[in-house]
Design a protein around this ligand. Structure first.
Ligand code: PLP
Length: 360
């Protein structure tokens, strides 16, 4: 068996011990005589798996009381509609900060449900920098302010928490949730698809301050109504049981490694190796402003884009997969989530050095 270094942006690499445990438990989970996939979501076995995953998430993220954790479906793109359906009804208006493809998509979708104000945009820099808070034009009457904490496609990341006063801050954290310590109390709502840093696709995490509930628009489907899902402990409809089980194993693994401080150190170390190399190279370069560089998705360009295809093909021959950039920005992107090893990043840099020597 050969496992590649998988730099894919998502679904993404998972910790090998988790995959091994899942394989060992595939036919018979814990003496139950069945796979987790085959269990009733209302049986005591699965209820235990579900509760444990929720408790681990609360512990790792330091989620204060007064917040509801929801395990939902529909991904972050689903949440682009579900968030405004549930929250924009408070005042009918919301602020969106545009920092790249994902936040632009969020703002566009929200327009169906209320008035969307673009409070700031990184457009002038072609989304290679996050607009400074001093440039934001916030509406004090907005129901919430929406940001994307890490733009998975462009490669910019918030390294500071915006101050939105009394207006709740909402963040799409799909690609950097659980990558570093976080003060959840600064947010009204956090959402994330699981498939970048938590587990398989199909599970969406929502953490919402309970006092923000109660404003769902009448069109909101019951399965996407945070209040209804919260009252049903995320079991109003059948939850994505297997994805929740794998997420629970990942969370346990992350806790054993030392939780968020350990992840932050591990991720900063990997990103530094890559960015230091890019900064010292005259062949590769990072397009992103230094203070806004993502520690999760490192975007970079080759000197000559005619070499993009040979670079990607050669990488595969070296066991390096998933580094082609998103078609909307071009170039390359190495996604280095929690489960990517330092060894994987060293292998990528070694390959880049060799490629530069050959083609530079
Ligand atoms: C991957 C991603 C999405 C899209 O998630 P889906 O699961 O496809 O809905 C949205 N936002 C961000 C920041 C992402 O990284």
């Amino acid at each position: 068996m050969t496992r590649v270094f998988n730099f894919s942006p998502g679904p993404a690499t998972l910790p090998e011990p988790v995959l091994r445990q899942a394989a060992a438990e595939m036919l018979d989970w814990n003496g139950s005589g069945m796979s987790v996939m085959e269990m009733s979501h209302r049986g005591k076995e699965f209820m235990g798996i579900h509760a444990e995953a929720e408790d681990l998430l609360a512990e790792l993220m330091g989620i204060p009381s007064g917040y509801q954790i929801l395990f939902m479906q529909g991904g972050a793109i689903g949440e682009n509609a579900i968030v405004p359906m549930n929250l924009i009804g408070a005042t009918g208006r919301a602020d969106y900060v545009l920092t790249g493809d994902w936040s632009k998509k969020s703002a566009k979708e929200a327009k169906t449900y209320g008035t969307v104000n673009v409070a700031a945009t990184g457009e002038a820099s072609k989304f290679t920098a996050i607009p400074k808070q001093s440039e934001w034009k916030l509406d004090p009457g907005a129901s919430y302010v929406h940001i994307c904490s890490n733009e998975t496609i462009g490669g910019v990341q918030f390294h500071w928490t915006p101050d939105t006063g009394k207006v709740p801050l909402v963040a799409d954290m799909s690609s950097d949730i659980l990558s570093r310590p976080l003060d959840v109390s600064k947010y009204g709502l956090i959402y994330a698809g699981a498939q970048k840093n938590i587990g398989p696709s199909g599970l969406t995490i929502v953490v919402v301050r309970k006092d923000l509930l109660g404003h769902a628009l009448p069109v909101t489907p019951s399965a996407f109504n945070y209040q209804i899902q919260g009252e049903a402990d995320s079991m109003y409809n059948t939850p994505p049981t297997y994805a929740i089980y794998i997420a629970g194993l990942v969370l346990k693994h992350v806790k054993a490694l030392g939780g968020m401080p350990a992840m932050a150190e591990h991720n900063a170390r990997k990103a530094k190796i890559l960015y230091d190399f890019l900064d010292g190279s005259s062949f590769f370069r990072s397009p992103i402003s230094k203070e806004d560089r993502s520690l999760m998705n490192v975007t970079f360009w080759l000197k000559d884009d005619k070499l993009d295809d040979p670079f990607v093909k050669g990488a595969l021959q070296h066991g390096i997969s998933g580094i082609k950039g998103h078609r909307s920005v071009g170039g390359m992107r190495a996604s280095i989530y929690n489960a990517m090893s330092v060894e994987g990043v060293h292998a990528l840099v070694k390959y880049m050095q060799d490629f530069e020597r050959q083609h530079g």
